[in-house]
Ligand binder design. Structure first.
Ligand code: ADP
Ligand code: MG
Length: 732
C-alpha cells in the first residue's frame, strides 16, 4: 500500500535554468508588440511627423504596407549627429525625466517606434534640417546604421521608408497576407488625422497610383475638412456639439465636436476621438454615446462622431497601452456622463426643431360600446400573468403546438432601411415622425399621465438606479445591483414593465415600427390566448363561446385600429390581421410568445370610454407585453432541467393483467433529453439576460423615473447582510 502511494507522487523534476534573453530577441519581441501591423507603423510615422511640426504629410503604401510604407513630411528634420542613435531603443528627443510624462504634449515619448521598425523591417531615413545645403540618407537594421549616412539632395523635412515589413516574422506575415490588406485601415487612419489636424495637408495613395485616396488641404473650418474627407452626405448631417466642466471635485475638461443628426444613416458607428490631440479609442465612451443615439434616434442609424476632448495633461495617463491606442483619464466616469447628457440634450433639441405631422385626437367615445366585456360568463380574463408559471401549466404542453412557437411563423422584421436608395424616402419620413417628448403634451390626458410619473418619483431610488452597477441575475426575476457599498436585488420584471410604460407615454404617437412579415389574424391570436387561459385556470368554456368572444374582440379592435395605429403604431388591417408593433426601446423586440395574451388584454381590459384611462390601459398592456418576463420555457440552468427530459412510457410486459400494481410501478420511464427544446430555451434565456444587461439597465439609467411605490413593494430590496445574499444564491 505504501509503495503504491509512493509511486503516485510524481518525481520532482529539476527546475529549468533561467537565463537572460539575447538583446536581439528582446528587441524583436518588443517590436512585434509596438508594430502590430502595417497600420500601426503608419500611425507611429505620422505621429512623428506631427511631432516635428510638419504642415504637409504624404503617405505612400505598397501591398497593404508589407512591401513599402513611405511617409514624407516637411517638419524640422533630424540632426546629422543624432542619426547613429536614431533607431536605437529608447532614444528620443521628447522626454528626459519620467515626470515629464505628466505634461507631455508630443505624441511620441518612448523612443521605441523607429527602433521597433528596424527589427521587423528595412528602414531608410532621408532627412534635412533647416539651413543645410544637402540632406542625408541612411538605412538601419536591428537598431543600428548599416553604413555611414550618405549626403544626398533632399527637400525640407524627413522621409522614412519601411520595406518588407515582418520579413523575419513568418507567422505574422502569413496572417497578414491571408487577411484583407491594411490599406483601407491606413486610409481610415489618415482620414481621422486629417479631420483633426486641419492645419496640415495630408495625402495617402497606393504606390504608383495617380490619385490619392485621402487628400486634404489646410483649412480653418473643421466642417470643410470633414466634407473633403468623409463626403458631403456626412458633412451635411452634422451638428456642432460642445460641453465642458471645471469642477475639480468631479471633472475638468472641454469637449467639442461634430455629431450626426437624425437624417444621417449608417450601418456602423464612426467615432473619431482625440484626447489632448491624441487619436485614441475609448470603448466606454463610444458605448455610452451609442446608447443615447439608440434611445433617441431611429434604430438603423448608427452615429458619426468627431470629438476632441482636452483635459489638464496631468489628468491623462498616456502610458497604458503599447501602441498608445488607449489612454486613461482621471474621473473618466464623470466625464462620460457629462458628455452623454450633452449628447442627449443636443439630440432632443434637434428633434424638437423638426416639423411633425399635426395630430388630431379622435374622440374616444365615438366608437361603438364595448359589448364583449360582459357578454361572456367565463372567468375574468386578465392580461397579466403570474410570473412564475408552474412547469406543468406552461403553454407549451405539446411542443408541436404552435401556441408556444409563435415566433416560428411570426417572423418579425425590424424596419431595415440599409443601403437601398429607394428606401431612403421611407427612412426620412419615419425619421421625421420621431418622437418629441414635448409634442405629447398636446393631449392633456397624456400630459397628466406623464406628470403623474414625474410627481411620483423617489429620489433615493432614482439615485441608486442612475449610479448603480449591474452585477448579474441572482435568479429568474431578480438582478443584483451594486450602488456604493450596498447591494440591491431588483425585480427586473417590475422594473422593465414600469420603464416600458413610461416609454410608451414618452414616445406616444411617435413610435418607430416593427413590421410583422406575415400579418397574423387577431382572431387566431385571441383563440390561442383563450386556450392558454383555460390551461391556467382549469376552466373549460366550449369552443363556440371562445369563437364568439374572439370574433367580438376582433371587431372591436378593428374599429379602434385607426387610433391604435396613429398613437401606438399598432396596425390592424381591414381583414383583422396584426401587422405592426411599436418599438418601445430601441434594440429590443418583445417576446412573441406573449402576443396572444396582449391582444386578448387589449380586447378585454381597456376602458375605451375615458380618454385618459384608455391610453393608460393600452400603455399598461403594452408595458406588460414588452416587459422582460422570464421566457415561457423554464430556465434550463435552474431546477427545471427535468422539463427537458422526454418521457417515453412503455408498459412492462411482466405486469400485464396485474391490476393491483400502481400506475407508477407498471410504467418504465425512459428519459432522454430534448436537445432542440433545450437549445431553444438556452437561447431564450441568454437573449433575455443580454437584453437586461445591454438594453434594460442602460435605458433605465437614462430614462427611468423610479416610482415611490417601488421602494416598498419588493421591487428593490437591499441585501443587508452577506448571510442573506447567500440565501439568495442558494435558491438559484
Ligand atoms: P518617439 O517618437 O517616442 O520619440 P520614435 O522612435 O518614434 O520615438 O522617434 C525617435 C526620435 O526620432 C524622435 O524623438 C524624434 O526626435 C526623431 N524623429 C522621428 N521621426 C521624425 C520625423 N519625421 N521628423 C523629425 N524627427 C523625427
Ligand atoms: Mg514616435
Amino acid at each position: 500500500m505504501e509503495e503504491v502511494e509512493a509511486e503516485a507522487i510524481p518525481v520532482a523534476k529539476e527546475p529549468p535554468r533561467i537565463h537572460r534573453l539575447d538583446q536581439s530577441v528582446v528587441n524583436r519581441i518588443a517590436a512585434g508588440e509596438v508594430i502590430q501591423r502595417p497600420v500601426s507603423a503608419v500611425k507611429e510615422l505620422v505621429e512623428n511627423s506631427l511631432d516635428a511640426h510638419s504642415t504637409s504629410i504624404n503617405v505612400v503604401v505598397k501591398d497593404g504596407g508589407l512591401k513599402l510604407i513611405q511617409v514624407s513630411d516637411d517638419g524640422h528634420g533630424i540632426r546629422y549627429e543624432d542619426l547613429p542613435i536614431l533607431c536605437e531603443r529608447h532614444t528620443t528627443s521628447k522626454l528626459s525625466e519620467f515626470e515629464d510624462l505628466q505634461s507631455i504634449k508630443s505624441m511620441g515619448f518612448r523612443g521605441e517606434a523607429l527602433a521597433s521598425m528596424t527589427y521587423v523591417g528595412h528602414v531608410t531615413v532621408t532627412t534635412i534640417t533647416a539651413g543645410q545645403l544637402h540632406g542625408y540618407r541612411v538605412s538601419y537594421r536591428d537598431g543600428v546604421m548599416e553604413h555611414e549616412p550618405k549626403a544626398c539632395a533632399a527637400v525640407k523635412g524627413t522621409q522614412i521608408m519601411i520595406e518588407n515589413l515582418f520579413y523575419n516574422m513568418t507567422a505574422r506575415r502569413k496572417t497578414l497576407q491571408n487577411s484583407a490588406d491594411d490599406y483601407p485601415k491606413i486610409v481610415d487612419l489618415l482620414s481621422r488625422f486629417a479631420i483633426h489636424h486641419i492645419n496640415v495637408n495630408f495625402s495617402c495613395r497606393k504606390h504608383g497610383a495617380a490619385r490619392a485616396d485621402v487628400h486634404t488641404v489646410a483649412t480653418s473650418s473643421r466642417l470643410d475638412a470633414i466634407r473633403s474627407v468623409f463626403g458631403v452626405s456626412v458633412a451635411r448631417n452634422l451638428m456642432k456639439i460642445e460641453a465642458a466642466d471645471d469642477d475639480v471635485s468631479s471633472s475638468v475638461f472641454e469637449m467639442d465636436g461634430f455629431i450626426s443628426n437624425s437624417n444621417y444613416i449608417a450601418k456602423k458607428t464612426t467615432m473619431v476621438l482625440f484626447i489632448n490631440d491624441r487619436l485614441v479609442e475609448c470603448t466606454a465612451l463610444k458605448r455610452a454615446i451609442e446608447i443615447v443615439y439608440a434611445a433617441t434616434l431611429p434604430k438603423a442609424s448608427k452615429p458619426f462622431i468627431y470629438m476632441s476632448i482636452v483635459l489638464p495633461s496631468e489628468h491623462v495617463d498616456v502610458n497604458i497601452h503599447p501602441t498608445k491606442r488607449e489612454v486613461s483619464l482621471l474621473n473618466q466616469e464623470a466625464i462620460i456622463e457629462k458628455i452623454q447628457s450633452a449628447f442627449e440634450s443636443k439630440l432632443r433639441n434637434s428633434n424638437e426643431e423638426r416639423t411633425f405631422q399635426e395630430q388630431t385626437m379622435e374622440p374616444s367615445s365615438s366608437g361603438p360600446k364595448d359589448t364583449s366585456k360582459d357578454s361572456h360568463c367565463g372567468p375574468k380574463l386578465s392580461g397579466s400573468r403570474s410570473q412564475k408559471v408552474p412547469v406543468h401549466k406552461i403553454v407549451r404542453t405539446d411542443s408541436q403546438d404552435p401556441a408556444g412557437r409563435l415566433h416560428a411563423y411570426l417572423q418579425v422584421k425590424p424596419q431595415s432601411h440599409l443601403g437601398k436608395e429607394s428606401d431612403l424616402t421611407v427612412v426620412r419620413s419615419s425619421v421625421r415622425q420621431r418622437r418629441n417628448p414635448k409634442e405629447t403634451a398636446d393631449l392633456t390626458s397624456i400630459q397628466e399621465l406623464v406628470s403623474e410619473i414625474e410627481g411620483n418619483s423617489h429620489s433615493g431610488l432614482q439615485d441608486i438606479i442612475k449610479y448603480c452597477t449591474y452585477i448579474g441575475m441572482a435568479d429568474d426575476v431578480f438582478a443584483l445591483l451594486q450602488h456604493n457599498t450596498h447591494l440591491y436585488l431588483v425585480n427586473v420584471v417590475n422594473l422593465s414593465k414600469e420603464l416600458m410604460y413610461q416609454q410608451v407615454l414618452c414616445r406616444f404617437a411617435h413610435f418607430n415600427a416593427i413590421q410583422i412579415s406575415n400579418p397574423v389574424p387577431l382572431k387566431e391570436l385571441i383563440m390561442l390566448a383563450l386556450k392558454e387561459e383555460d390551461l391556467d385556470q382549469q376552466c373549460d368554456e366550449n369552443d363556440d363561446l371562445k369563437e364568439k368572444i374572439a370574433e367580438m374582440n376582433m371587431e372591436l379592435l378593428k374599429q379602434k385600429s385607426e387610433m391604435l395605429n396613429e398613437y401606438f403604431s399598432l396596425s390592424i388591417d381591414l381583414d383583422g390581421n396584426l401587422s405592426r408593433l411599436p418599438v418601445i426601446l430601441d434594440q429590443y423586440t418583445p417576446d412573441m410568445d406573449r402576443v396572444p395574451e396582449f391582444i386578448l388584454c387589449l380586447g378585454n381590459d381597456i376602458d375605451w370610454e375615458n380618454e385618459k384611462s384608455c391610453f393608460q390601459g393600452i400603455s399598461a398592456a403594452l408595458a406588460n407585453f414588452y416587459a422582460l418576463h422570464p421566457p415561457t420555457l423554464p430556465n434550463p440552468s435552474g431546477d427545471n432541467f427535468q422539463f427537458y427530459k422526454k418521457r417515453r412510457s412503455s408498459r412492462n410486459p411482466q405486469d400485464e393483467g396485474n391490476s393491483s400494481n400502481s400506475l407508477v410501478d407498471d410504467v418504465v420511464i425512459e428519459e432522454e433529453i430534448d436537445h432542440e427544446l433545450l437549445v431553444e430555451a438556452e437561447n431564450a434565456w441568454a437573449q433575455r439576460e443580454w437584453s437586461i444587461q445591454h438594453v434594460l439597465f442602460p435605458a433605465v439609467r437614462l430614462f427611468f423615473k423610479a416610482p415611490t411605490s417601488m421602494a416598498t413593494d419588493g421591487t428593490f430590496v437591499q441585501v443587508a447582510s452577506l448571510e442573506k445574499l447567500y440565501k439568495i444564491f442558494e435558491r438559484c
